[in-house]
Design a protein around this ligand. Structure first.
Ligand SMILES: Nc1ncnc2c1ncn2[C@@H]1O[C@H](COP(=O)(O)OP(=O)(O)OP(=O)(O)O)[C@@H](O)[C@H]1O
Length: 604
């Protein structure tokens, strides 16, 4: 039996190389993605229109998709008064990255104040490395998160008088019973997630199969009268009457409800068979056929740029069916045949090609800045848990397209919807990979600002990859000591951190951590925690109240394992500077005991 405590599990060694970044690119990083900032009304849950009416002007303009003042993004955080805030490398380590949480005697609002975690300070300071000419960079200095010297102690207090006893360290027998528990789930029966007797596991993710299941679910939901009762309970109020009934519902919206809302919305906008994010809409055959038709059409229109098309086809093969649809265009699969592999055999290689459509309201300059920012940032990041961006080219219509590695397991959003919810071993594995990717990103001086299950792709063997850097920003250059604060509200409402609504400027890193906490809860419960973390959201208000009380917040309490709950409460601390950071999560008892399959690497 393998010990569940994986003390040696450290984040993959990544080594940032310092680059001189031209002022032009800096300018793009500072303002490019900002111009596209907006809150996407959640694809998962449509907040009722009678809420979200009382927010600051900054958040208001962001919600309306308006441009947030650039000045808000360029203000530099003040120098730390505390000399301890300067790392060994001489770089400023902001408060947020200090190893100890600020102490608060008033315990009521701060569950995470009771979590004592040592964090390695030897990691290099954040450094984004990029250049205009060479957009793909290799990191060079190691991220050191040795956990040997750590002795995390959890004592989860819901208030100053109450102490929750932490869950015991798993013993072989407790691991066994957990394994048995997992073994009994449908997840295992359908072969998606297999747990071995030694406690290790494997993922077998097939997006195409999942799409079929989702199509059937949608058909049943929409058509079969015998399922209507179930449909009503599974899609509470969101579809029925979002404005009047959310406040009276007991549970927050399910991810499936949001998915159905997408279907309903899409039906109005697009013809039948147009895939949404996750390419669920229509049978696989229909998707493929429509993809072929689209390829034919695009082939006809590309005759004027035959040379470019040939060049692209030589490198990446022909574009085929549509994989998914996002806010800015479709993502297609490309198949390159006869690629020589290391063993001398010929095989095929698949790529994903993402279109960047220009919005009607978007100026050419803004469009160019948006896509350059996304491409510059994503192609500068090299990590197992971040999708590899390979190329940027212009198609026959003059639209820019980004070439990425193809992730055959689809996205986490559709996985959770198809599964209902994930068992803890599967969710934990994805969670740890997500945090590893976030830690690396933050080390590189980049924050994502739109983390959600739709933007987390999966390989067939369960490697999670963060994608969609359209809202990301660089908060610190390699040569800078101070971080740049962010401003404005962006992302999808259920995942947006509360400070985005109430503060003009904030550290963007805790914002990513907050989103990861919400994502974990979405995986485990199949529901959103709330529509948005604002005062007029009844679920969020309940959460704020309940986290101070003895019983805690029911959806988080339902996680059962105290060490997991403690970390989630700390990730969802409404006070950003108290929020746990990525390294602390990995070094927590829970973080260290999570076993990732193949240590989060793709199987060869
Ligand atoms: N590399 C990839 N491999 C496989 N599928 C992909 C890949 N990239 C994207 N997809 C699919 O396409 C969908 C849309 O992609 P993406 O989120 O990047 O588009 P977007 O226009 O930026 O969307 P949005 O801004 O609305 O989040 C994803 O949810 C996923 O299902």
């Amino acid at each position: 039996m393998t010990d569940m405590n994986d003390n040696n599990a450290a984040i993959p060694q990544q080594t940032p190389r310092k680059h001189a970044l031209s002022s032009k690119v800096m300018q793009l990083f500072r303002s490019g993605s900002r111009s596209s900032r907006q809150v996407k009304s959640s694809s998962n849950a449509q907040p009722p229109s009678n809420i979200n009416t009382n927010f600051s002007s900054a958040s208001k303009s962001a919600k309306l998709g308006l441009h947030t003042p650039t000045s808000a993004t360029t203000k530099v955080a003040p120098n730390p008064a505390n000399p301890a805030a300067v790392s060994k490398s001489g770089m400023y380590m902001p408060d947020y990255y200090q190893s100890t949480s600020p102490s608060h005697s008033s315990s009521s609002a701060s569950l995470n104040n009771h979590i004592d975690i040592n964090t390695s300070k030897s990691s290099s300071a954040a450094s984004l490395t990029s250049s205009v000419s060479a957009l793909s960079l290799s990191p060079t200095s190691a991220v050191n998160t040795s956990s040997k010297s750590l002795s995390p102690k959890f004592s989860h207090h819901s208030n100053s008088n109450t102490v929750f006893t932490p869950a015991p360290t798993p013993t072989p027998s407790s691991v066994n019973s957990n394994v048995n528990k997992i073994t009994n789930t449908n997840a295992l029966n359908c072969g998606r997630f297999v747990v071995h007797k030694d406690g290790t596991h494997e993922h077998h993710l097939k997006n195409a199969k999942r799409q079929e299941k989702l199509s059937t679910m949608i058909k049943n939901m929409a058509g079969a009268s015998k399922l209507r009762g179930e449909a009503k309970s599974a899609v509470p109020d969101i579809i029925l009457d979002p404005r009047t009934t959310l406040k009276s519902t007991k549970n927050p919206p399910t991810l499936f409800a949001g998915f159905m809302k997408q279907v309903v919305d899409m039906d109005d906008k697009y013809p039948e068979g147009t895939p949404l994010s996750g390419a669920f809409n229509g049978s696989e055959k229909n998707m493929y056929m429509s993809g072929l038709n689209e390829s034919k059409n695009s082939a006809q229109s590309t005759t004027s740029t035959k040379r470019d098309t040939q060049c692209f086809a030589e490198k990446y093969g022909r574009c085929q069916e549509v994989l998914g649809k996002g806010a800015f265009g479709v993502v297609r699969i490309c198949q390159k045949k006869n690629v020589s592999s290391q063993d001398g055999n010929k095989s095929e290689k698949l790529y994903a090609v993402k279109e960047f459509k220009r919005r009607a309201s978007e100026s050419a300059e803004k469009y160019s800045k948006r896509l350059t920012s996304e491409f510059c940032i994503s192609s500068s990041l090299h990590h197992t848990n971040i999708v590899t961006t390979l190329d940027l080219f212009q198609d026959a219509k003059g639209e820019y397209c980004e070439v990425m590695e193809y992730c055959a397991g689809g996205d986490l959003f559709t996985l959770v919807i198809a599964a209902g919810k994930l068992e803890y071993m599967e969710a934990d594995c994805f969670f740890k990979q997500l945090i590893r990717g976030v830690v690396y990103m933050h080390e590189m001086g980049v924050c994502h600002r739109d983390l959600k299950p739709e933007n987390l792709l999966l390989t067939h063997d369960g490697v999670l990859k963060i994608t969609d850097f359209g809202n990301s920003e660089c908060f610190k250059m390699a040569w800078e000591k101070n971080i740049h604060l962010s401003g404005g509200v962006c992302g999808s409402s259920p995942y947006i951190a509360p400070e985005e609504y109430i503060k003009e400027e904030f550290d963007p890193r805790p914002v990513d951590i907050w989103a990861c906490g919400v994502i974990y809860m979405a995986m485990r419960t199949g529901r959103q925690l709330w529509s948005s973390a604002e005062k007029d959201d009844p679920f969020y208000m309940n959460y704020l109240k309940a986290r101070k009380e003895k019983g805690g917040y029911e959806p988080i309490e339902s996680l059962k394992r105290a060490r997991c709950r403690n970390v989630i409460y700390s990730m969802l601390d409404p006070v950003p500077y108290r929020r746990i950071n990525g390294k602390q999560i990995l070094n927590s008892e829970w973080g260290r005991e999570i076993k990732c399959c193949h240590n989060g690497h793709v199987l060869k």
